[in-house]
Design a protein around this ligand. Sequence first.
Ligand code: UGA
Length: 478
Amino acid sequence: MKSPVCIAVVGSGYVGLVAAACFAEIGHKVFCVDNDESKIAMLQAGGVPIHEEYLRELLERHHPTSITFTTDLAGATREAQAIFIAVGTPQSGTGSADLSYVDAVASEIARSIDSYKVIVEKSTVPVYTNEWIRRVVERNGVPRELFDVASNPEFLREGTAVVDFLHTDRIVVGTDAPRAADLLSAIYEPLTGGSYYQWANSVPGHCHVGNLPPIVHVSTKAAELIKHASNSFLAVKISFMNVVANICEAVGADVQQVAYGVGLDARIGPKFLQAGVGYGGSCFPKDVAAFRYVAEQFGISFGLLSEVEKINAEQKQRFFQKVRSALWTFRGKKLGVLGLAFKGGTDDIRDSPAIEIVEKLLQEGCAIDAYDPAAMERTAEILPPSANMHYVGDAYAAAEGKDALLILTDWQEFAELDLERLHQRLRYPIILDGRNLYKPEHMASHGFSYMSVGRQDAQPGREVLVKAGSFVEPKRAI
Ligand code: UGA
């Protein structure tokens, strides 16, 4: 490591906190700033507000030596050479990104600048945001030579955020100022130069000295577009496969076989072709809407993205209808639900397809016992325990005495259940799997009526129409 850079990260959400911990991990001195006093107090006391692999270890390793938690943005700005803005950019009523937090933070930073700073946007923002940040800072009286603005979008996924940061496919730096580009190159040098991967205690992942992450220097606008285009394209991939899954159901094919065959084409690739209950989370729904809105603002119709949104909404509805056809009527039915988070490995329930389905089932009069390894506490804040909604301690308790069991989130532990035990617990051995975690014929051989997405329904004693043939079950690509 050449020389450590003093960095401020503003915002301690998924992106900000992980970035702060990882910058400290690669040798920098970091101030992690948030205006939420209780969150900062919790972090100062050693608490970790989100469920994220390796995050606790990194915070324990670097706090308080090289990472400081503070509410003092002015102080952190004065100390730091680079200030990363990682605050929320929620969806507004029109679908556009609400940039008021970015605006407020940029103004506050501007008021404290007394030497050269690089202000870096890390939040997902529409094209031209760099330009706006520059204007806001200038409007607050900061001379042009005292700052530059850069875009350094983040591509981490929740649940694997630390590994995604330290073993990234690419580091995108968008700036039109060489000084800013040099500072960002210096910040990421332990990764791009490989020294981090030679360290005995480094977090393991796919990067190593023979496979270093590339740094891509582009214009600010290109960097902003890379982020929106990447998330939107991944959402297109998922929705495309969800429609293919529906065709598979209609013709009697298996979508996993189709996805495997399609994904072997190197131009397409195997990832993000997993059919299911539709995508969710705090990024794809918001970013697809925001990118469509950006295009509209420039008079460009991005009907493809409107269609993706429609397909995603229908996919959840379609699964709900599948549950209805399995149960005939809803009122008074007792259901077990496995999974509330928007995907496995996280406690995040924002825009979770599972929550949407659970809410609809409750409205229809079902009684639900739900289990999620990490997301029950957060779900209980919006769906408090009631006569019809209970939270239980494991998958078998969720199955106990139920008319059917629903799998709504792809947690690894849901793919490894003791099927005999599960069968004994259920009142009727019916499983509706929105994540395709099991093979239909395997479930039928264990006595279950098993319905999944884009594959034939399986019934005990009845042959599953789609035989495996020479198809070898692929490792799940997500
Ligand atoms: C996504 C992107 O993958 C990250 O690269 C990006 O940095 C992040 O958004 C962001 O903008 O902050 P994330 O939302 O954490 O990451 O989760 P993903 O793993 O991408 O999954 C998103 C949704 O798609 C989940 O609901 C997941 O279950 C679903 N999905 C994913 C599928 O239905 N099928 C797949 O094949 C893959």
